[in-house]
Design a protein around this ligand. Structure first.
Ligand code: ZN
Ligand code: ZN
Length: 367
């Protein structure tokens, strides 16, 4: 095969097909960024615009201005998000899928759990297929996934993982495509944790039912995710302040709550880790509820980071460089403290040797 044909084959496999699939993803009801969901989200935003304008609660002269206008949608941060949306498709086939594939054979599947429980407690009689069961299964998967994502998100805000999650928070304006501004390693971990926990849940649920029951999904996603994606989920990454009010926001995560999560103000730090539900934030003390009146928020991390995440390359590489720097710093400070500790011990030993004869002469046993 000649070189040109080989290059074409590789480009098609690793670039053209993934990128065109990513484009087609805009019409796929599995993804949040589906145009149908975008249309619903912005229809809700339009209703909000009319409602606010009628009450004199907005200064925006047009709907385009209300949702951020050119200032937001053509901001360098937003333009980077649009580019990264397509680059992510390449990262997925080149890195995410192969890395997950390496670990995948070692992950226990639902069948393994069913066999294990059957050996432990014996076989169960298969229950009849029922819509309630399939709905319960879907609800269980949704709750489990949301719960795992809450804790994974909290973990990503910790010292060593923050560098990777900062890629998402480095966006200084929010557009729906910002949801895809996620480092590939975060995606690898998300896929693997979902696989591990959902396999265990499915194994336990199906064992309890005496066998596998049909999964009730809409277009391949659990019906709960589908409903929530359809209900203005795209406004989470936008400049449209949509609050559900303090009561509902104890359970459901509103777009305004997620915007608070992206705020660079210290009073908003480490709040609202929930994805679809804020119930977990309420349960574990990280809840921040919002009011109808928008809060002045500046998105991003800190001023010093603004110039660091301006290219696709920086989104992928900077987290590794930053983490390596942190590890080196930690090792250096460990070495310094170990050195300081040994010199303190040496000084103490010298001092005790110097003191010992005097003490010996007074209280030691007589020879
Ligand atoms: Zn976060
Ligand atoms: Zn976000």
């Amino acid at each position: 095969m000649d070189v040109l044909a080989l290059i074409e084959q590789y480009l098609s496999r690793w670039v053209f097909i993934p990128v065109s699939n990513q484009f087609l993803g805009l019409f796929d009801l599995n993804g949040r960024l589906c145009v149908a969901f975008l249309f619903i989200s912005y229809s809700v935003a339009y209703g909000l615009f009319r409602w606010r304008r009628a009450r004199g609660l907005t200064d925006a002269h047009s709907f385009w201005q209300f949702i951020g206008g050119n200032r937001v949608h053509f901001h360098p941060s937003a333009l980077l998000d649009y580019r990264y949306y397509f680059v992510r498709a390449i990262l997925k086939v080149v890195l995410v899928v192969p890395i997950v594939g390496l670990v995948d054979p070692y992950v226990l599947r639902s069948g393994d759990y069913i066999r294990f429980f059957t050996q432990l407690w014996g076989a169960r009689v298969q229950v009849e297929e029922h819509l309630v069961l399939t709905l319960l299964y879907g609800l269980g998967v949704f709750l489990l996934q949301d719960f795992i994502h809450y804790w994974a998100h909290r973990a990503y805000h910790s010292r060593y993982l923050w560098a990777f999650h900062k890629v998402h928070h480095s966006a200084t304006v929010l557009v729906p495509a910002t949801a895809s501004r996620v480092h590939f390693l975060e995606k690898v971990v998300e896929r693997l944790t979902d696989l591990v926990f959902i396999s265990a849940f499915a194994g336990l649920f199906w064992y309890a039912c005496g066998g596998e029951i049909s999964r009730y999904t809409l277009f391949g996603v659990t019906y709960m995710v589908f409903i929530l994606n359809a209900l203005a989920a795209n406004l989470r990454h936008s400049h449209v302040w949509l609050s559900f009010g303090p009561v509902v926001e104890h359970v459901l995560n509103s777009p305004a709550q997620h915007q608070v999560h992206h705020s660079d103000a210290p009073r908003h730090f480490n709040k609202n880790f929930g994805v679809n539900l804020s119930l977990w934030d309420w349960m574990f003390g990280t809840l921040y509820v919002t009011q109808t009146q928008p809060e002045p928020i500046r998105f991003g991390t800190c001023e010093a980071d603004h110039g660091r995440y301006l290219t696709v390359y920086s989104l992928i590489i900077t987290p590794f460089v930053e983490t390596l720097g942190k590890i080196r710093l930690a090792r250096r400070s460990l070495a310094v403290s170990a050195q300081a500790g040994s010199s303190v011990r040496a000084t103490a030993r010298t001092a005790s040797r110097a003191v010992a004869p005097a003490a010996g002469t007074g209280v030691g046993p007589a020879n």
